[in-house]
Design a protein around this ligand. Structure first.
Ligand code: PEP
Ligand code: MN
Length: 442
């Protein structure tokens, strides 16, 4: 098929919230107990939405501002949320980290943040391998997120009741987030504890400390929306939470933004089919296996009406590949005439295995990719609209190496708590905002 054939043939399909079922959808769990599955899906379809179309449209227009360089997306959170972390303390710490990163960015650059959290629904994971070897149990299914199965090796069966558990946890988390934001003490609570002392080892320490003292003497306005986002991998769940909004169209009202993973972005596949028809701002991961002409087709399919703020391209090549890959992708999208929001995911192309077999990432690789992406966009007359990280607000976590606090490989085992990919801890996450805002300012 030539370019226009595939774009035309996908675009000519009749879209419904369930039309993805006619195409191959990778990575999804399927269920043997059909009766249980059907009653679960019926219940999910009847439950109230977690977000509103008004909020979703607001995010689209804010993302359009990011694409013009007037705002900057700070997006982050767990690789895989855990049900056990759906509690007040953990959620507050997640929000606090994102708010503080945004405050640092705004104070250092003058560009306000749009804050998007991987939260309240980031419960489904695509995996490179569907199975793994266990020393006593033999071959077991890979952990695919708490929406699908449990992390314990004995809990790896796919169970549809977990989809409902995921909804309750998402609802509780979203409700708590809304309460936090309505608290008149939101700003001082979120900015408390902000301190540059952890970055004394950085050559830029003086500048970071200056930003912190500016925030303390003249805090930026940190009120305003905190948006939720997750990878929409399990399409039957996403379909069940998709609602028709009169006069507007179909919205996935389980989150403000949803994205397509790098493993499920096939042009003619089920995920692209589902995403092309919903009104939310949508993301699509762009990894090193993406060909430039394929990307051109993808943006035409996913943003046929050329809506600004609609489509976020989340690039994640790796620090050693970004310079070779990003320029051709920027040029291909420029030539397509489709407006996109460019975001850099500095983490997914930079995962390595440490000597002790733990998956990890180096702070400098992650920030290397992020700052290179920024420079490349500027060189090509494009705009880097934001950054996307896996991170936790917990200060003790040791999953990624480096940063000014200098987590060493041999320390990784101390507090390695992620169920999936390694996350920056609080100090590393905040430092990412300092490094990025420095690079942004030039
Ligand atoms: C993720 O964001 O957790 C993820 C799986 O990313 P990617 O699809 O880019 O590998
Ligand atoms: Mn991940």
């Amino acid at each position: 098929m030539d370019v226009d054939d595939v774009v035309d043939s996908v675009s000519a399909r009749t879209w419904t919230p369930g039309s993805w079922r006619n195409y191959e959808a990778l990575q999804m769990a399927t269920y043997d107990d059909k009766a249980l599955y059907e009653t679960t899906m019926a219940k999910l379809s009847s439950l109230p939405p977690l977000v509103t179309a008004y909020e979703v449209d607001n995010l689209t227009s804010l993302l359009a501002q990011c694409a013009r360089g007037d705002k900057f997306i700070i997006q982050g959170g767990d690789c895989a949320e855990r049900f056990v972390d759906c509690n007040a303390d953990y959620t507050t710490a997640q929000i606090k980290l994102v708010v503080q990163m945004g405050a640092v960015f705004e104070t250092a650059t003058g560009v306000p943040p749009v804050r998007v959290c991987r939260i309240a629904g980031q419960y489904g994971k695509p995996r490179s391998s569907p199975v793994e070897k266990h020393p006593t149990l033999g071959e077991i299914k890979s952990f695919k997120g708490e929406n699908i199965n449990g992390f314990e090796p004995t809990e790896r069966a796919w169970d549809p009741r977990r989809l409902l558990e995921g909804y309750w946890h998402s609802a509780a988390c979203q409700n708590f987030m809304r309460g936090l934001q309505m608290d008149p003490e939101f700003a001082p609570k979120m900015l408390s504890g902000l301190d540059a002392a952890a970055y004394k080892a950085s050559p830029k320490y003086a500048s970071y400390a200056k930003t912190v003292s500016e925030i303390q003497s003249a805090p930026p306005n940190v009120a305003g929306p905190m948006f939720t986002a997750h990878e929409a991998m399990q399409l039957d769940l996403e379909e069940a939470l998709t609602r028709e909004v009169p006069g507007k169209g179909f919205y996935n009202l389980s989150a403000h933004m949803v994205w397509i993973g790098d493993r499920t972005r096939q042009l003619t596949g089920g995920h692209v089919e589902y995403f092309r028809g919903i009104k939310n701002p949508i993301g699509c991961k762009v990894g090193p296996s993406m060909a430039a002409d394929e990307l051109q087709r993808l943006v035409k399919i996913l943003n046929p009406d050329k809506v600004e703020g609609r489509l976020v391209l989340i690039t994640r090549y790796g620090n050693d590949k970004v310079e070779a890959m990003l320029p051709a992708h920027i040029r291909a999208v420029q030539a397509s005439g489709v407006p996109v929001v460019w975001q850099v995911d500095g983490v997914h192309g930079n995962t390595v295995t440490a000597a002790n077999k733990l998956k990890t990432r180096k702070f400098d690789d992650v920030l290397g990719e992020c700052t290179k992406a920024l420079a490349i966009h500027r060189e090509l007359g494009s705009v880097l609209a934001g950054m996307h990280l896996e991170m936790t607000g917990q200060p003790h976590v040791t999953e990624c190496t480096g940063g000014s606090i200098n987590v060493l490989e041999e320390m990784l085992g101390n507090h390695y708590e992620t169920l999936c990919d390694p996350r920056f801890n609080y100090s590393q996450g905040l430092e990412a905002a300092f490094v990025m805002s420095h690079a942004f300012r030039g």
